[in-house]
Design a protein around this ligand. Structure first.
Ligand code: ACO
Length: 322
């Protein structure tokens, strides 16, 4: 089996910054409520840029860092639940903008776990020798799915994109992954697509906005993710103490603190940038990965954990050697 390394990262967020104070002019909320419950101070909200455009810009930065040309990319997987179109998929649209003409392109929807799922899927193709170079992207325009009159959800989310280039390698990169899903808990976090509207049925009055039971989601993450992360070390030569950085889905500061506590790992090892972007769903892990990478905090040989969790319910983590 081949080894797989991350050789480039990139990210792109909209220029438009929306602070908690601005939100408090639109819905009944306050900076104090939002910061104390979530840690979020501001988020980026698209004032025109699309999921495809952000994904392509993040990809170009990752490609540049990897030192490859777009025509070397054989696989593009885009993790998103907010694509610009039902068809074509976002991966084909990004392929077109990048001129990555040799790539096989598909989207993957695992909500906020999407980027980690995309990493794990692309890794399997490279490990088995099917492809040598893959581009994985998480891109979301969450502001499309949010009801801007629902203070329970609109304060949480933001727009953004992140990307990574993965390549076949002679040295260990991908170490292990663990994923899970539980469709019986789907009501905890959901959002319908267009309603059924044909000559036989018209359900046009159904809500198309995100709804969430915040406390159920909180409990799910705290009871699932610590064990999911611990299982990464079973049957390996590594222990959790060997990990330099934990890059978790940036949903909520209190969730990350609770996971760190349950794992008995210092919070300083858990990268956080949710203060500035809010919850960008499938984009949050690759944006965080790109920031930590560009801050030169990742050294060759470092062990990191990436971990995503969200609607479905879905969750997944991977242990990676830089
Ligand atoms: N501003 C002010 N008050 C608010 C707001 C707001 N933005 N939103 C809700 N409230 C009110 C509620 O109406 C309620 O008022 P009431 O007591 O008069 O009925 C009160 O605050 C408490 O509401 P709760 O929903 O119980 O608040 P809670 O303390 O649970 O915090 C939160 C809500 C932050 C969503 C929390 O449940 C949480 O962190 N959940 C995790 C879910 C999460 O992070 N989801 C992100 C998406 S999922 C994912 O990415 C995995």
């Amino acid at each position: 089996m081949n080894h797989v390394k991350i050789v480039g990262t990139g990210s792109c967020v909209p220029d438009n910054i929306v602070t908690n104070h601005q939100l408090s002019q639109w819905v009944e909320t306050s900076d104090e409520w939002i910061q104390s419950r979530t840690g979020i101070q501001e988020r980026r909200i698209s004032n025109g840029i699309t999921a495809t455009e952000m994904g392509a810009q993040a990809s170009l930065k990752a490609i540049e860092m990897a030192g490859i040309t777009p025509s070397e990319i054989e696989l593009i997987i885009v993790a998103t639940m907010t694509p610009d179109n039902y068809l074509p998929n976002a991966a084909c649209d990004i392929q077109k903008l990048l001129k990555a003409e040799k790539a096989v392109c598909f989207d993957l929807n695992a909500a906020c776990s999407g980027f980690v799922y995309a990493y794990n899927v692309a890794t399997q193709f490279i490990k088995t020798g099917t492809y040598k170079t893959a581009l994985i992207v998480g891109t979301e325009i969450m502001s499309k799915l949010v009801d801007w009159q629902d203070r329970g959800t609109c304060v949480l989310f933001g727009d953004g994109a992140g990307a990574a280039v993965l390549q076949k390698s002679d040295t260990e990169g991908f170490v292990k992954m663990e994923m899970g899903s539980d469709g019986t808990m789907s009501d905890a976090l959901k959002c319908k697509t267009k309603s059924l509207n044909n000559p036989f049925v018209n359900k046009n009055n159904e809500s198309e906005y995100i709804s969430m039971d915040g406390q159920d989601v909180f409990k799910f993450v705290c009871s699932t993710i610590p064990n999911n992360i611990l299982s990464l070390f079973e049957n390996t030569n590594y222990s959790i103490n060997d990990v330099s950085h934990f890059v978790l889905h940036q949903a909520n500061k209190r969730i990350i603190q609770a996971v760190a506590k349950r794992l008995d790992v210092g919070i300083e090892k858990f990268f956080m940038n949710l203060e500035y972007y809010g919850n960008t769903s499938a984009a949050s892990v690759p944006i965080a990965l790109d920031e930590i990478n560009r801050q030169k905090k990742l050294k060759e040989g470092d062990l990191i954990v990436i971990s995503g969790f969200g609607g479905g319910l879905t969750w997944g983590s991977a242990l990676i050697k830089i």
